[in-house]
Design a protein around this ligand. Structure first.
Ligand code: DGL
Length: 292
């Protein structure tokens, strides 16, 4: 007999390693759940690619995860959430949660005391040009003013672990000066990697500006949605859960060792179950090499 739906794991995908910040936020809040994470490291970055390409990659990733049996899919990648949610929902018959709606709603919530809140959004170029955050914020608050800025160099800086280097501060200064001049009330970290650079971003934009981590806002909504849909796993996991323990399974489409190294930098630990696979169409899925 197959497992009841609430015993299935939650699927998460990202264009690469950045979604580990979303995995961490989910794992912290949901110790009884198991997660399957797919990082599309062969095709990262998504943030500079076209709508058609991001949609195709996002559908392949989603179909791969759905084929493993999941009860919910979290699209951790902001770019894929901004561009491909309708296409994913049309293809797979399970609950799909993106990070843009929750991030936008949280920004409006924390600025609700302001009559005309000014909300900055930093993200990849593709997310900015999609206007998805602007739409999500303005759906929640018709009076909000939204100022967006693409910050593509933040992605490699986070992956390199350059979280305090002078070069990172000067790039942040250049990216954030325009938003800072508009005196924002809140700034949405609209890309999986940006929470890693939180300290640099906070000190550059100003200590009084509230930073919104879309991954954390999403994890809070996932907790509520699991309960609402009766999908939360009712059984306590015996012993203590650890990030990346063997209840969670990680897949990458390339360069598993590099993924493990960056995971160590982002999470302070590496996945106990990590496999390299290909996801180019379900009929071509190839079982991969387990490196650990
Ligand atoms: N994961 C992507 C995002 O959150 C950032 C990296 C990329 O460009 O693929 O938008």
């Amino acid at each position: 007999m197959s497992d009841p739906a609430n015993k299935l794991p939650i699927g998460i995908f990202d264009s690469g390693v950045g979604g580990l910040t979303v995995y961490r936020a989910l794992h912290d809040r949901l110790p009884n759940e198991r997660f399957i994470y797919l990082g599309d490291t062969a095709r990262v970055p998504y943030g500079t690619k076209s709508l058609a390409t991001v949609e195709r990659y996002a559908i392949e990733n989603s179909e791969f995860l759905a084929s493993l049996g999941i009860k919910m899919l979290v699209v951790a990648c902001n770019t894929a959430s901004a561009l491909a949610l309708p296409a994913i929902r049309a293809k797979i018959g399970i609950e799909v949660v993106g990070v843009i709606g929750p991030g936008g709603r949280r920004a409006v919530e924390v600025t609700s005391g302001r009559e005309r809140p000014v909300i900055g959004v930093i993200a990849t170029e593709a997310t900015v040009s999609s206007g998805a955050y602007q739409a999500a914020i303005q759906r929640a608050s018709a009076t909000a003013e939204v100022i967006q800025q693409g910050c593509p160099l933040f992605v490699p800086l986070a992956e390199e672990g350059w979280t305090r280097e002078p070069e990172t501060y000067s790039i942040a200064e250049r990216y954030l000066a325009r938003i800072r001049e508009s005196r924002p009330d809140a700034l949405v970290l609209g890309c999986t990697h940006y929470p890693i650079l939180r300290d640099v971003i906070q000190s550059t934009i100003g200590e009084d500006v509230q930073l919104i981590d879309s991954g954390e806002a999403t994890a809070d909504e996932v907790v509520a949605l699991l309960a609402e849909l009766g999908l939360a796993d009712p059984d306590e996991v015996g012993g203590s859960r650890r990030l990346c323990d063997d209840l969670d399974h990680f897949f990458v489409t390339d360069a598993a060792e590099r993924f493990a190294n960056v995971a160590e930098r982002f999470l302070g630990t590496t996945p106990s179950k990590l496999e390299a696979i290909e996801v180019y169409g379900l009929d071509q899925v190839k079982g991969g090499s387990v490196i650990k």
